[in-house]
Design a protein around this ligand. Sequence first.
Ligand code: IPM
Ligand code: MG
Length: 359
Amino acid sequence: MTYKITVIEGDGIGPEITRQAVSVLQKAAGLCGFSVKITKALLGGEAIDQTENPLPEETIEICKASDAVFLGAVGGPKWDGLPGNMRPEAGLLKLRSSLELFANLRPAVAYPALRAASPLKDELLKDGLDLLVVRELTGGIYFGERGRRHVNGEEAAFDTEEYLESEIRRVSKVAFELAEKRSGRLCSVDKANVLESSRLWRETVTALSKEYPEVLLSHMYVDNAAMQLIRNPGQFDVIVTNNMFGDILSDESAIITGSLGMLPSASLGGTQLGLYEPVHGSAPDIAGKDMANPIAAILSVAMMLKYSLGEPAAAGMIEKAVEHALLSGARTPDIAKAGEAASGTREMGERIVKELDLA
Ligand code: IPM
Ligand code: MG
């Protein structure tokens, strides 16, 4: 079996973490008896520099012709001055919507070996942490009408939050199905005490819950959810929420585990094709310094094997290898204790590859 994988290295630390993720993918493929054919594509700042377009048409075509897409990260100060629709981030948003990837899975797992790296008190994480944020990814305020106008002679700007019932239903369905396979608890996060779009969100999720009698559904306002995540993260299993709230809460849940550098993500739609990217950004301040943590990228490869390629054994091997590397003391600077020796991006990747060999 040969899988067609599109690899977008992107900007900032994107290329260096992608290199490690690809070598882990190739190692796992060799061990599990399949192969991968990699095609590179451009997105974000790199694409702007080479084609003056953050998402060249060719990239969409290459992605559509593949089994899965891996992305490092996009963006950086170099492109910050560009108009909104020409920025690297616009390319990423457009790629997600062109591929109709409406459900973004962002798992936050606290590794026992990294307990000290979490900003939360020990007692809050003593039972571990394993939660999953399901973020709506192709609708809401990130895609609504926006613009500038003049109001009473002064400059004004607006963005619009709008959801179709069908958009809410399809992402909630994904969340219910995942909750069914996990602990059976699903918390839907909204701002239904203020926003009409959130009231529709809540009605739709509640109506859908009738089809999932095994899942215990709860609702929480987003401000409370942000607070509860640091007060008692263990109360959550699966969280489902809109595009913007999911963007914010997934960064928060990520840092609880110790570092943003640990969190993978999968963006799924109605087909096998998925987009896999670390939750962290392009971290321009440490780009090219061999300091970035490649684990989020490597775990994104594991998600790709599970959700798009149907190779759960290879995915499990990678997750185990990451765990073992951490247990054996491998640390990049973001997860090292003060004064502790740290590995670079490449060395961390190599240690994980070595653990795969030992498995
Ligand atoms: C994320 C990022 C992106 C988003 C940016 C880079 C457009 O913050 O994946 O969480 O807002 O979705
Ligand atoms: Mg984000």
